[in-house]
Design a protein around this ligand. Structure first.
Ligand code: NAI
Length: 300
């Protein structure tokens, strides 16, 4: 079995001072990538800042013989995002790989969620991924090569009590990923998203303690590493990953029900079962494919 390597590749991993990002950075560096280890160094809710966590990961990479540089900037500001990308260009000459991983939690039931708790979470996850990718995009286009992984969450895909801010940001990243995949295709830029489950400081009081040993961050990183490898053929996809299991998440559409007669409220009621049917379903790869059944009805 040939080993997957990243020699000559330059990777940015945001939020790589702890948890999943740290593991992604260590793995990519161990396999030959030059890595910008970004981390703002705050607490789980995003309060505070310290250059320490990013530097510690860089020290570990260097001790193991790898190449890396630390960056303490904030992904959620245009200046911070630009500085992260500039660190890659200044130190290693280019950018090939962007792993948008930085994240915080400010959980509250929707009733009690403040505007600040909403904005803060959207800023780091959604705006941060946008800003870092936006700063890297011209470099990727110019190189005619890029691999992007955005970090979504099962909470975003399926909803989770107390996480209206977080799930909005995480589902937003799915749409972001799918559009980047379309716009990047011409330049061999591939964008995918993961919805991980792992035992980190973010989840240690949320996941069942019994699973701690089985939900290591090392059970997530191999998927990220594969998705950012040049041999990965897929783009615009979302995968759930954790505990050694990986599965594709589908955005699917049921067979639906339609009428050429006037559409009334009663017709909606009377056809509710057909409207809610999920089999057979389609998995459109773009808006054109999604429009297919409607066009068929309009032209039949
Ligand atoms: P973590 O708290 O260990 O790591 C997140 C890192 O992001 C921290 O080191 C933090 O300092 C950094 N960070 C936060 N705000 C930042 C900012 N503005 N700029 C730069 N760095 C910043 O948490 P974990 O679990 O490793 O999370 C990584 C990603 O995975 C997050 O996006 C999280 O939402 C996502 N995720 C994690 C899951 C899990 O089960 N651990 C589940 C679903 C998603």
């Amino acid at each position: 079995m040939s080993e997957l390597r990243y020699d000559g590749r330059v990777a940015i991993v945001t939020g790589a001072g702890h948890g999943l990002g740290r593991q992604h950075a260590l793995e990519l560096a161990a396999r030959g990538a030059k890595v910008v280890v970004n981390d703002l160094g705050g607490d789980r809710s995003g309060v505070g800042a310290s250059a320490g966590p990013a530097q510690e990961v860089v020290d570990e990479i260097r001790k193991n013989g790898g190449e890396a540089v630390a960056n303490p900037d904030n992904v959620a500001t245009p200046e911070g995002a630009a500085a992260i990308v500039q660190a890659a260009v200044d130190n290693f000459g280019k950018v090939d790989i962007v792993v948008n991983n930085a994240g915080i939690l400010r959980d509250k039931s929707f009733k009690n969620m403040s505007v600040e708790e909403w904005d803060g979470v959207i800023a780091v996850h959604l705006r941060g991924s946008f800003l870092v990718t936006k700063a890297a995009w011209p470099h990727l286009r110019e190189n005619g090569y890029g691999r992007i992984v955005n970090t979504s969450s099962p909470a975003g895909l399926f909803g989770n009590f107390g996480q209206a801010n977080y799930s909005t940001a995480k589902m937003g990243l799915v749409g972001f990923t799918k559009t980047l995949a379309h716009e990047g295709a011409k330049y061999d830029i591939k964008a995918n998203a993961i919805a991980p489950v792992a035992w980190t400081r973010m989840t240690e009081d949320l996941l069942p303690a019994d699973f701690k040993d089985q939900l290591g961050v090392d059970k997530v990183t191999p998927l990220v590493a594969y998705l950012v490898h040049e041999s990965n053929p897929d783009s615009g996809e979302v995968y759930t990953v954790g505990g050694g299991r990986i599965a594709k998440i589908l955005v699917a559409e049921g067979p639906g029900w339609g009428t050429k007669d006037e559409l009334s409220v009663e017709a909606v009621r009377d056809n509710w079962a057909a409207i809610n049917a999920t089999e057979p379903h389609i998995v459109p790869r773009n808006v054109g494919e999604q429009m297919g059944p409607l066009i068929q009805q309009l032209t039949s």
